[in-house]
Design a protein around this ligand. Sequence first.
Ligand code: HEC
Length: 398
Amino acid sequence: MDAFLIEWLALIGRWVHLITGIAWIGASFYFVWLDNHLLAPAGKSPDGVGGELWAVHGGGFYHSQKYRVAPASLPGTLHWFYWEAYSTWLSGMFLLCLMYYGQAEIYLVDARVAALSKPAAIVIGLAFLAGTWLLYDALCRSRLGRDDRWLGPVLGIGLAIEAYALCHIFSGRGAFIQFGAALGTIMVANVFFVIIPGQRELVKAKMANREPDPVHGLRGKQRSVHNTYLTLPVLFTMISNHYAMTYGARHNWLVLIGMCLAGALIRTWFVARHKAHERGGRTPAWPAVWGVLSIVIVAISLVPARGSPGNVAPANFAQIESIVKARCVPCHSAVPTQPGFMSPPKGIELDTPQHIIDNALRTQPLLISHTMPPGNLTGMTEEERAALLTWIDHGAHR
Ligand code: HEC
């Protein structure tokens, strides 16, 4: 496809994805917060109200009431929340197909990890999305799913295994996004297959004047809780592609697990904090402490090793220039010649001596982690990589 067209589709796709994602996660955060802050009704309130909340926002007072099951009669207008979730997933799939599947050779496949053909990579990627949901759903519906003390750890271990597997199949960048897409798919499928059908059943039962089957409410609640703890991990994976130090790390699967664990723990702390009024205003700090500790451990383990310049004499600058010209400039120039690129990625041009020198330090970790060139599309040899790194180690002089 034309690079200009891809660029515009990616821009519009990301914009939509970000907007719908904010609407979805924002609403989800709000309702979790609302649910956790409900107090027993203070004054006279309609029959069946179990909790209420007062808030002031944007120049007005709001009074929310939550019914234990349902109001005596349904209101004429009932608002539902699902399009935010669906459109986030649809725009995300669009981006995944456009960038990671459509350009799998750049973003998804890394021959050093696994020499996959493009169709194989795409099929494996899609299989992971579907497989993750099917397994997760089966676990939740199994006997194990009735006890959250067992289900939580089992799901956590399962996802950790998946993170490990993905990082041993795809490029780091591709693996992180695939993992995030799998978690996001769980979340949206929870809304589509469980939460919304449960709400429909509630409404239908109400209209038919019969008691709704409580299993729907319980199941919906369980899936909502899972979604809450998945939000921060998913958001980490979605921004991880800007941070090559994470996905490009040697043990990138540990980085992925560590950061996702941190996200889930920090969310746990926030949710606990919502209910501080039930504990006399106190919130146990341990989830937040473990979460932050997890990030600190990941960060410390990623501190770049100070490579002392070896005894190898650095290549002369003319050689450096010719390596960069062959291996980097096809993408990193004002007018890239590499198919699929229409402007220098991240605005980085490496086509003059000064540009090469200016970007040398920024380039070092990317060369060490084999993040650049992506998928080694330009066929850089290990000798060339070593020559560039030695030259940078020696001060990146002309
Ligand atoms: C196939 C095209 C391609 C080739 C070849 C390529 N790059 Fe990149 N480069 C990219 C893309 C795409 C990005 C943006 C990655 C992102 O979205 O974060 C990038 C980003 C960068 C960045 C900025 C990273 C950051 O976020 O700070 C640097 C520095 C860089 N490349 C250096 C190099 C060097 C050095 C080479 C040659 C060894 C090289 N690149 C080869 C496509 C390429």
